[in-house]
Design a protein around this ligand. Structure first.
Ligand code: PXP
Length: 237
């Protein structure tokens, strides 16, 4: 069964809109786990407009499933991750002003930098993953960098799914097969939803984990959080 990690950034975004503590992200994380999530993902950004660094520290002792921290490895992020020691860190090359992550790593240009960062996390016993486009050459370099896993950036798949889902999945299926042959674990995320998730799962060999935030939290407005998590899990069976 593919693991579902729920990205709770959007809960923090709603909280931050009013400055108080409603909704409480700690309670939300525990409820996600209670309702069947296999993991919790947070993406602290330097401006802390969603999840704050303090949230990440407070969440650590409460998470009983898998804790995944994703983000751009600037020095404050690296310090945070090394002190929190989550199960997994996912490195994302997001610019400060990007609304959301919008590209994978250029693993050629940033190879030496990523090698250093990855080895620091691995030395600390933290599993590593690199956000990446479905490109075999970039995946070869990710392998040489020494990461445990890659996270396939699925926005292009989600965009093209409604036009032609066979075309949409092809590159991803080939990239995943290539990564598996190298021995890399495969995660995926971005714009996955109840419409496109099952087909992705059915066609990506070796898929270990998806991290989903935006669509899942939007669905929960109408369907309720427990029901929604169960519906996403059903797609992953
Ligand atoms: N993976 C990464 C690296 C991301 O940056 C995000 C968005 O924060 C996601 C997965 C989840 O994407 P979505 O919110 O579209 O489900």
């Amino acid at each position: 069964m593919v693991k579902l990690s729920v990205n709770i950034n959007k809960i923090a975004t709603i909280r931050n809109a009013r400055g108080g503590n409603m909704p409480d992200v700690l309670t939300a994380a525990m409820n996600c786990e209670r309702f069947g999530a296999d993991g919790i993902t947070v993406h602290p950004r330097p401006d802390e407009r969603h999840i704050t660094y303090k949230d990440v520290l407070n969440l650590r002792p409460l998470i009983t499933t898998e804790f995944n921290i994703e983000g751009n490895p600037i020095s404050s992020f690296i310090d945070l991750v090394l002190s929190v020691k989550p199960h997994q860190v996912t490195l994302v090359p997001d610019a400060h002003d990007a609304i959301t992550s919008n590209a994978g790593w250029n693993t050629i240009k940033y190879k030496d930098f990523l090698k250093d960062v990855i080895s620091a996390f691995k030395e600390c016993g933290i599993r590593t993953s690199i956000f990446i486009d479905p490109d075999k050459i970039l995946i070869d370099h990710a392998f040489e960098i020494g990461t445990d896993r890659i996270e396939l950036y699925t926005e292009p798949y989600a965009k093209n799914y409604s036009k032609n889902r066979d075309d949409a999945i092809n590159l991803f299926a080939e990239a995943a097969d290539h990564a598996s042959k190298l021995g890399l674990g495969i995660n995926a995320g971005h714009d996955l939803n109840l419409e496109n998730l099952k087909y992705f799962k059915q066609n990506i060999n070796g898929l270990l984990e998806v991290s989903i935030g935006h669509a899942l939290i939007c669905d929960a407005l109408y369907l309720g959080l427990e029901n929604t998590i169960q519906m996403y899990k059903r797609e992953l069976k």
